[in-house]
Every structure is written in C-alpha cells, then in structure tokens.
Design a protein around this ligand. Structure first.
Ligand code: MGD
Ligand code: MGD
Ligand code: SF4
Ligand code: MO
Length: 716
C-alpha cells in the first residue's frame, strides 16, 4: 500500500471492501489528493481474488453525490410542502428521543414500530450495535426486509438444524452438479451463498466437467450461461421439488444420514406429488423431472440451491424445506461438493451471538400473523399503523430501508406513514420512505468506517477472514451508525416513564453501546479458534485464507434439542394441504415476477450516473405471443393491474420470459414527491413492482409472496 500525504489529501492506493452485495469483494482504490480516482478488484483477496462488478466500481460515487445527506435534517412542513432543514447532531438526537419516548410514554412500548432494511447486514456497526438499540426499545412491532426476502430459508434452518442461520452453503468450488431454482447469481452475485466471481467459478465448474441446471420462468443471464435451463411457471416450484423427492424416495435413491429422522413421513407426504402432477403445474416435463432427480441422486458431488424466486412466493417454506430435504436425502449435506457448513473466524451462530430464532411465540395484533425470530411480517406493517386500538403503531424508526418501494402494496404503506405521530430514520438519503420522517440521521457509509463481515463470512463458499479499516477518516461533523444507535438508545430510554431497568443493567447497556465495533470484533476473534486478532488481520488487510469448507460438521454443529435433524416438520407437512388445493394454471393467466440487474442495488444507487446510463431497463418484459393476444405493440405503454394496484409502463417483447409470465424490476418507481433517491435529474424512469404486489399473499412463515402475482395487462 503505497500512500503519501495526510488523511485529507491521500495520494496512492488503499485497500477497501465493497458492501453493496453479499459477495463482499476486496477492492483496491486509487486515490488522488483524497479523491477516489480508480477502483479495482484486489487480486490478493483470498475470497474475491480480484473480482469486481460495475457496482463496486461505483462505490465511491455515494461519497460525492450532492444528494447524499451528511448532516441531520429536520422536516419543516409549510403550505408549499415539506422543506428540509439541516440541524446539529445534539439537537437531532434530542428531537428523535423526545418524539419516540413521547409516543411510548403515552401509548406503550408497542406504539413504536421499527423497520430494519437490507444495508444493516452490510454494516459492522449495525450488526454490533443495531440489535442492542432495538432490544433497548422493547417493542414487539419489529419489522425488517427479512420477511420480503429470506425468511423461509431461516425458518427452515431453525426447524431442521436448530439455528436460523445454520445454513448449508453450496460448495460451488468443488461441486459437479449445481441445480438452481429462482436465483440469478450472474446478476445478483449470489445470495445466502457469498460467492464473489460467480462467472469465474462457474467456468471452473464447467471446465472440470460439471453442470449447472437452472429452473426459472425467465431465461436469465444465469440461465443463458447454464448447461441446461427449463422454464417453470412462477409459484409451481413446490410441485417440482416434491416430485424430485418423490422420485428419489420411490426409486430407492435415498441415502439417509444417521442423524436424520422422518424419512417415512417424507415418503408418504410426497407420494402423491408425482412428476406428472408437477408437469401439469410447472410446465416442466415429467421425464425431465425424473432425469434431474436421478442425476442429482447419483452424482457424487451435487447440490440443489434456491433463492428469491423460491423464497418470495406462496410456498417459500415448503420450497426451502424440500431443497434441504433433497440435499440431505441424496447424501449431499456436509459433503465436499454438496451443501456445507462454514467455519468462520467469528462463529456468530455457534457462539450464540446471533439468536437461534423462534416462531409463532406471539402474533401480530391485527391479522394474527406469526412472529419469526422476534420480527413480524412487514406485509402487516400498514395495518398495524392504521388500525386503532391498544398496540397501534404511532411512531416509526426506520434504519437503512425503503419499505415504500420494497414491500407489498407500497402506496398503502406510503399513505400510512404520512399519518404517523412521529417518525425518525437513519439513512444517507431522503428516499420514498424517509421523506416521511420528522428527522433523518445520516451515518457514515462504506469507505468511511471499519469493516469486518459478521454475516457473509458465515455464508461464504470458502472460509476467510478480513478486517478493513476505514479508508477515509470520519469528519468532526459525522457520526458512525453505531454512535447513532448508542445515542438513540440511551437518550430515548432515559426519557421513558415508569420502571427503569436496574442501575447495573443501565450501566452495562451504556458500556456495551459505547464499545467501538473494532474492539468487539477483537474480543470475538480471540474467543474463536482461528488464532486471529484484529492486530493480526490489520497485518494482512487483503484477508486471511482459512481454507475450503470442511465436511464432518454434522451432527456436531446441530443446535436442535435432540441433536438430530427431523424432516417431519408439521409446519411444512400441514401446508401441503394448501398446496394440494391449488388449481392448475388457466390459459389466459398472467403472472408477474421481479428481476434484478447487475447495475441495480435494490431501491438505491439510482443516483449514480455510471450505473444508470445506457439502455433503459425498467420495462415490463412480456412474451410476444401474450402481446399479440392483447393487441399490444412492442414498446407501447400498457396498464398493469393487480388486486391492489395499477401502473402504466412501457412493455418490451422478449421470448426470454415464459408465455404467461411478465416481469418488472424491483426497486424502481422513484417518481414520488420529495425524494432525492432517484437523483436530482430523475433520470431513472419506471414504476414500482410493489405497487402491484399484494400484502395478503403470504407464505406460512409470514414472508411476502412477491412472485407470481396474478395481473392483467391492457393497452394504456
Ligand atoms: N417485488 C419485490 N420486492 C422486493 C424484492 C424483490 O425481489 N421483489 N426484494 C426484496 C429484498 S431481497 C430486499 S433485501 C428488500 C430491500 O428492501 P429495503 O431494505 O427496504 O430497501 P433498500 O432498497 O435496500 O434500501 C436501503 C436504504 O438504505 C440506505 N443506505 C445505504 N447504505 C446505508 C448505510 O450504510 N446506512 C444507512 N443507515 N442507510 C444506508 C439507502 O439509501 C436506502 O435508502 O427488498 C425486497 N423487496
Ligand atoms: N445487482 C444486484 N445484485 C443484488 C441485488 C440487487 O438489487 N442488484 N440485491 C441483493 C439482494 S438484497 C438479494 S436478496 C439477492 C437476491 O439474489 P437472487 O435471488 O439471485 O436474485 P434475483 O435476480 O432476484 O433472482 C431471482 C430469480 O428468481 C426467478 N423467479 C421468480 N419467480 C420464480 C418462481 O416462482 N420460481 C422460480 N424457479 N424462479 C422464479 C426470477 O426470474 C429471477 O431470475 O441479490 C443481491 N444482489
Ligand atoms: S459483486 Fe459487485 S456489488 Fe457485490 S461486493 Fe463485489 S463489487 Fe460489490
Ligand atoms: Mo435481499
């Protein structure tokens, strides 16, 4: 690292880390007089090995974006609309603490709602201090992006393995058969599978004679790179996965590990789910399903993997369970080239740093939906705000999230947020959600804060550890997120009436919240078995390689009461009744699915010019036959209508989507007033897919079924 100059005017190279997606790529920045003038992948990084994508190249753009908030702002309502006024940190913290505590003092703990968005998992300070803040606030109205994302996977991990984050990770670097449902790692760079350089790793898989098979209603970038791709109708994966299990169990292909129970229950549950029945629902031929099941079972190094497409649908939990059951019963869990457990230097799962999770211990007030690991389904947030009564949410605290664009029926939530007594947000932008806040507290962001990844080393295809110090020193007038969480927690709880916790509890809380993340990381590293410390990691800023994933983790790592895995899970098996009642598709039906693009980042980063220029990519994708059947021309503006909403958007004809399927990207639709999330020039057209998704469509876990929404399309 050649560096000259002082903090403000660095010229030279510095190592950094990209926190924009789960791939956690190591970066090498070129700095000229303190400005980032080049971004490359760090070839010496033992996990990412030099990989970078267009988002990583743009990582510093946020720092120079004039729309990014650097000081707290307060909303001032005027007859002409809202005006935002910069205020000092002390005043901002007091306003937030006053606003939140007033509502809690008048209406009780549950009158405060909290929503945590996706970038929380990508920030060390959020992981070390955010949870402590939320705990201190003691509300049951906790929501997060988990219930529009990976909740089914976590619930199934909790049920089968005893911990919500004890997730088996595909051993991509050694597998010879990779069966992928509802994931597009060539665009997303992998999820619940930290896999920087997916393209390179896929090439290596093919070079060693391996195959990737993709089941997806869209011929995605990943599908195009696959050895084989098959269309499956949205929401029909449960039928396909159960049919794969039916073939495996009925043809004597099952190999049951000694620590797995419930084979007989699985056999009888899947008996009626034949490949023929799956074909009727999915469009995937019965013979193909039989062949895939046999290939999976008889290939020594093979693994099934599914992501958003099989998670955010009405049978997300059945799908997650079936994927795990398939991997287990074909003898591919805890095996080289199969689905394996990681050994991170900080084992947040094994040490109990992250809780094991629970389910349905309490329910949401209005609809009676189950909590999962202490959070309620975010699809219920709107009604919890709008329905009067004891426990009604009257104040919100949102952190790094944009639920108006990211959760079902965003427009209804948008209206509900406008009616709150008080709202505070921790965010670096005024977006479609934070624009409702009374006060927005903007933290430092990537490159301005230290990073150690507590989550994604846990989910990575290789064991590595890396500590990345902040590249830029924080300005006097900036706050790290953990400092914000400390102030909000301490000042709010200090204002709460009634029984205060014992002095000792309060002192411990203050000490815990005042300990910087890097100090905590050092303590946690020293508790682990890797022999690493922060000092040691600072000497190898590119990261330390701890080797490939290791077999032999089971049954030792299991955290179930019995120390065994029970496949006969009532929650899942009972849900098969609902599945059995599904009618096969009607001829004229259109189902809406989402999509991601390599240069999008959920609902943000649409300010970055280098990520948004070029061909528009916001259109509704639709099969030419479906367009012709409705007399609509390619490129025309169409009206898309669902049970809850209507949008108008340009349509693009493509046979990359299955007939009967239409697709909109998620994270678009920035045209709402007062938001700068879309950039000062509002250069990003498009509508929000979540203006159409339906908060009533849920999986048993409470996860929103964002995929496979029935819609109608007509000329606008
Ligand atoms: N229909 C449909 N809906 C979906 C999905 C889908 O596939 N289809 N995907 C779902 C998924 S997987 C997810 S994860 C959610 C995401 O949904 P959310 O988490 O609600 O939203 P994001 O778009 O990730 O918004 C992140 C916000 O955090 C802010 N931010 C960025 N960095 C920082 C930081 O360091 N600190 C703070 N405090 N704020 C920061 C950004 O400005 C932005 O406003 O959307 C879900 N919604
Ligand atoms: N560039 C980029 N990368 C990202 C993000 C981003 O916004 N942009 N977001 C990050 C986040 S928060 C997450 S959670 C991950 C998600 O990572 P992925 O799950 O890999 O990402 P998606 O592109 O949403 O892939 C979902 C796929 O499911 C398919 N699908 C939809 N419905 C169904 C169905 O019913 N059945 C089947 N079999 N397939 C279906 C879609 O066509 C799509 O190809 O990506 C992360 N990485
Ligand atoms: S794949 Fe791209 S967005 Fe993801 S961590 Fe790497 S550089 Fe960042
Ligand atoms: Mo996500």
């Amino acid at each position: 690292m050649a560096t000259t100059g002082t903090a403000g005017s660095i010229t030279g190279t510095r190592l950094a880390v990209c926190n924009l997606c789960e791939a956690i790529c190591g970066l090498e920045l070129t700095l000229t007089d303190g400005a980032v003038t080049g971004v490359r992948g760090n070839a010496a990084d033992p996990l990412s090995r030099g990989h970078i994508c267009p988002k990583g190249v743009a990582i510093a753009d946020v720092l120079t974006d004039p729309d990014r908030l650097t000081k707290p702002v307060r909303r001032v309502d005027t007859p002409e609309g809202a005006r935002w006024e910069e205020i000092g940190w002390d005043e901002a913290f007091d306003l937030v603490a006053d606003g939140l505590s007033r509502v809690v003092n008048e209406h009780g703990n549950d009158a405060l709602g909290v929503y945590l968005g996706n970038p929380n998992v990508h920030s060390l300070g959020s992981m070390t201090h955010g949870v402590a803040m939320v705990k201190a606030l003691r509300t049951r109205n906790r929501f997060s992006a988990t219930s529009v994302d990976q909740l089914p996977a976590q619930l199934v991990a909790h049920l089968l393995y005893g911990h919500q984050l004890l997730l088996p990770i595909p051993d991509l670097d050694r597998t010879d058969y990779f069966l992928v449902l509802g994931a597009n790692p060539l665009a997303s760079n992998g999820s619940l599978m930290t896999v920087p350089d997916f393209p390179g790793r896929l090439r290596a898989l093919k070079d060693r004679g391996g195959r990737m098979v993709v089941l997806d209603p869209r011929r995605t970038e990943t599908a195009k790179a696959a050895s084989e791709h098959h269309f499956v109708r949205p929401g029909s994966d449960a039928f396909v996965l159960l049919a794969l299990l039916q073939v495996v169990t009925s043809e004597g292909l099952a190999e049951v590990p000694s620590y797995v129970d419930g084979l007989a229950a699985v056999e009888s549950a899947v008996a009626a789910y034949t490949p023929e029945r799956a074909a009727e629902h999915s469009g995937l031929a019965a013979d193909e399903i039989r062949r895939l099941a046999r290939e999976l079972a008889t290939t020594e190094r093979a693994v099934v993997y599914g992501r958003i497409g099989v998670s955010t649908q009405e049978f997300g939990t059945v799908c997650a369970w079936a994927i795990n059951a398939l991997n287990l019963l074909t003898g591919h869990v805890d095996q080289v080239g199969g689905a394996m457990f990681t050994d991170p230097a900080i084992d947040a799962v094994g040490t109990g740093l992250i809780g094991r999770g629970h389910f349905d211990v309490w329910r949401s007030r209005v609809r009676g939906l189950p909590e999962a690991a202490g959070e309620l389904p975010v699809a219920a947030l709107r009604e919890e705000i709008e329905t009067p009564g004891q426990g009604q949410v009257r104040a919100m605290l949102t952190v790094a999230g944009n639920p108006v664009l990211s959760t079902p029926d965003g427009p209804a939530l948008n209206r509900a947020l406008a009616g709150l007594d008080f709202m505070a947000s921790v965010d670096i932008y005024l977006n479609e959600t934070t624009r409702h806040a009374d006060v927005v507290l903007p933290p430092t962001t990537a490159l301005e804060r230290d990073h150690y990844d507590l989550v994604f080393h846990l989910l990575a295809v290789r064991n590595t550890a890396r500590f990345t110090p902040a590249v830029f020193a924080k300005g006097d007038d900036q706050r790290h997120d953990w400092e914000i969480f400390r102030e909000v927690a301490l000042r709010t709880t200090a204002r709460l009436k009634g029984r205060q916790p014992a002095l000792k509890t309060r002192l411990l809380r203050r000490a815990r919240l005042s300990t910087p993340p890097a100090v905590l990381i050092d303590l946690l590293l020293r508790r682990g078995r890797s022999g690493l410390s922060v000092r040691r990691l600072r000497r190898s800023p590119e990261g330390v390689d701890l080797g490939p994933l290791r077999p032999g983790a089971l049954p030792g790592k299991l955290q179930t009461k019995t120390g065994r895995i029970d496949l006969a899970q009532p929650l899942v098996l009972d849900d098969l009744e609902r599945l059995a009642a599904l009618a096969p598709p009607a001829d004229d039906e259109l189902l809406l699915i989402g999509r991601r693009h390599q240069r999008d980042c959920n609902s943000w980063l649409h300010n970055a010019e280098r990520l948004t220029r070029g061909r528009p990519r916001h259109q509704l994708l639709m099969h030419p036959d479906d367009l012709a059947a409705r007399g609509v021309e390619d490129g025309a503006t169409v009206a898309v209508t669902s049970r809850v909403g209507r949008v108008e958007v340009e349509v693009a004809a493509t046979d990359d989507v299955m007939p009967g399927v239409v697709s909109l990207p998620h994270g678009y639709g920035h045209a709402r007033d007062g938001s700068t999330q879309m950039g000062s020039s509002s250069r990003v057209p498009g509508v929000s897919i979540n203006d159409l998704t339906d908060p009533e469509r849920l999986d048993v876990s409470g996860n929103a079924a964002l995929s496979g929404v029935p819609v109608r399309v007509s000329p606008a």
